[in-house]
Design a protein around this ligand. Structure first.
Ligand code: FES
Ligand code: FES
Length: 156
């Protein structure tokens, strides 16, 4: 590994990146690794469009410095499933036609994956609480909620 570079484990592959330590993880993922599942929405940790999994927990990559990642594995939307073999949560979003413009959907899917890993059979209030910090400007919240509930029911 070149000096000054840091290792970053993303979607099962270890990358070597050389960037200032305060660079937001989102910029590394999008601009260096060309993973465009996580989106830039607000850049302030307020909308959730940039959400990724850090060791299985949903985090907002726009406010997470790359230096804080350490050796923990990062999973982006690209690491969940493929168009041919979508992840169960992605499949539930497709079946409920939860997407309108789609810009926010990364955040909802990644947060749902994190929720269901920790709480496989969440109650409606638990779903609402887990998703409460996410924003959809299209107002597709009810369809998204149904997709999350469908994903949870299919797991249980
Ligand atoms: S872009 Fe990260 S929370 Fe909005
Ligand atoms: S589907 Fe358009 S912002 Fe959520």
């Amino acid at each position: 590994m070149p000096s000054g570079a840091r290792r970053l484990a993303v979607n099962g592959t270890v990358h070597s990146v050389r960037l200032p330590p305060d660079t937001p993880l989102l910029y590394v993922l999008r601009d260096e690794l060309h993973l465009h599942g996580p989106r830039f929405g607000c850049g302030l940790g307020q909308c959730g469009a940039c959400t990724v999994l850090l060791d299985g927990t949903a985090v907002r990559s726009c406010t997470l410095p790359v230096s804080a990642v350490g050796d923990l594995p990062v999973t982006t939307l690209e690491g969940l499933g493929t168009p041919d073999r979508p992840h169960a949560v992605q499949q539930a979003f497709i079946e409920e036609q939860a997407v309108q413009c789609g810009y926010c959907i990364n955040g909802w899917i990644m947060t749902t994956v994190s929720l269901l890993a920790k709480t496989p059979n969440p109650s409606d209030p638990q779903i609402r609480s887990a998703l409460s910090g996410l924003i959809c400007r299209c107002g597709a919240h009810m369809r998204i909620f149904r997709a999350v509930r469908r994903a949870a029911q299919q797991r249980s």
